[in-house]
Design a protein around this ligand. Structure first.
Ligand code: 9MR
Length: 326
């Protein structure tokens, strides 16, 4: 049952720290109910194979596809964690949401130290060619859907809350062109994956949401390089109230929108159903990804933000979402 957890590299793949018991409460098929409403998938990551199989339609690597995990030394690529995840997904008929090729965080210091534009361009292109290239053949066959089923987050967190571009080695050395460079490299490496830009605090129709829409329109002006916008939705309690307005505003960019890292402090049932209803009522909203299954392994565990408690039992929020989708 817990085969995944017995794999040595599992912690690096699914980032779970403790053994997971199979829930004793009946599960209801969250992904099945969500996709019955016309959506593509509800994803997550977990060491609990039983819950992933029954409740989720896609998996995402919490950390194992990031730059520090895949190319900590320049030119030396490590795919042990991400390979395991991709292989597991394919053999279990799950869609894969790749995460994340370029991000200012979890970035090796050898990249941060680059000051020359030509060098940094080449380093971004080489990184993406290798990581996206590693999965390009596998990703698009992972599920025989008519939609392009496999998804890569190319760039995470490019914006400040005031809508300006964030200072990072990428922006400081290359200006806004780093985004186009990254997306073109990903498209060249994998022509069938959907390519996403992803950010946080896109939780209401705020300045940052407007800046994201404007940014995507600028980048996509000549050709569609960005296929989707991910709003992470790491919400505080009560923070769901702006979700519908945020999704509607992001949809103005004319591409897919996805909720990519959902967790909600306190996990109130009404916050969760408000977010689900926001996605259901926005046709551009194609998927939801929960940023973990169990509170035990959440990056913000003390705020108990997920649908399953630390014993992997479904919480009231889970039951409410199921009933909302039924
Ligand atoms: O959940 C991830 C955690 O295990 C890492 O320690 C952390 C490092 O910054 O990154 C967490 O995931 C982040 C995601 O990749 C991007 N959006 C914010 C998430 C929470 O920090």
């Amino acid at each position: 049952m817990l085969k995944l957890f017995s794999i040595v590299s599992l912690a690096a793949i699914f980032q779970c720290a403790s053994a997971a018991a199979t829930s004793s409460t009946a599960l209801s098929g969250l992904n099945t109910k969500f996709t019955a409403k016309g959506k593509l998938f509800w994803a997550s990551f977990s060491a609990n194979e039983a819950i992933l199989e029954s409740e989720f339609g896609a998996v995402t690597p919490e950390n194992s596809m990031k730059w520090d995990a895949t190319e900590s030394t320049q030119g030396t690529f490590t795919f042990s964690g991400s390979d395991y995840l991709v292989d597991w997904a394919i053999s279990n008929s799950k869609i894969i949401r790749g995460h994340t090729l370029v991000w200012h965080s979890q970035l090796p210091s050898w990249v941060s130290a680059i000051t020359d534009a030509a060098t940094l361009t080449s380093v971004i292109q080489t990184h993406i060619a290798n990581v996206a290239g590693q999965y390009s053949g596998k990703l698009y066959v992972c599920r025989p859907l008519p939609l392009r089923p496999c998804i890569l987050t190319i760039y995470s967190e490019v914006l400040n809350d005031n809508g300006t571009l964030r200072s990072s080695v990428f922006y400081d050395v290359l200006g806004e062109s780093f985004i186009t460079i990254a997306f073109k490299a990903a498209r060249a490496a994998d022509s069938t994956a959907k390519l996403y830009i992803n950010d946080y605090n896109l939780d209401s129709n705020n300045t940052k949401v407007q800046a994201m829409v404007a940014l995507v329109k600028r980048i996509n002006a000549d050709e569609q390089l960005i296929d989707g916008i991910g709003t992470q939705m790491h919400l505080s309690a009560g923070g769901s109230s702006g979700a519908a307005a945020a999704l509607a505003a992001l949809a103005e960019a004319g591409i897919d929108v996805a909720i990519t890292e959902l967790d909600i402090a306190g996990a109130s049932a009404s916050d969760y159903t408000t977010v689900v209803d926001a996605c259901l009522s926005t046709s551009a909203c194609v998927s939801i990804t929960s940023w973990g299954v169990s509170d035990a392994n959440s990056w913000r565990a003390s705020s108990t933000p997920l649908l399953f408690d630390s014993d992997y039992e479904p919480k009231a929020a889970y039951t409410a979402v199921i009933s909302d989708l039924s």
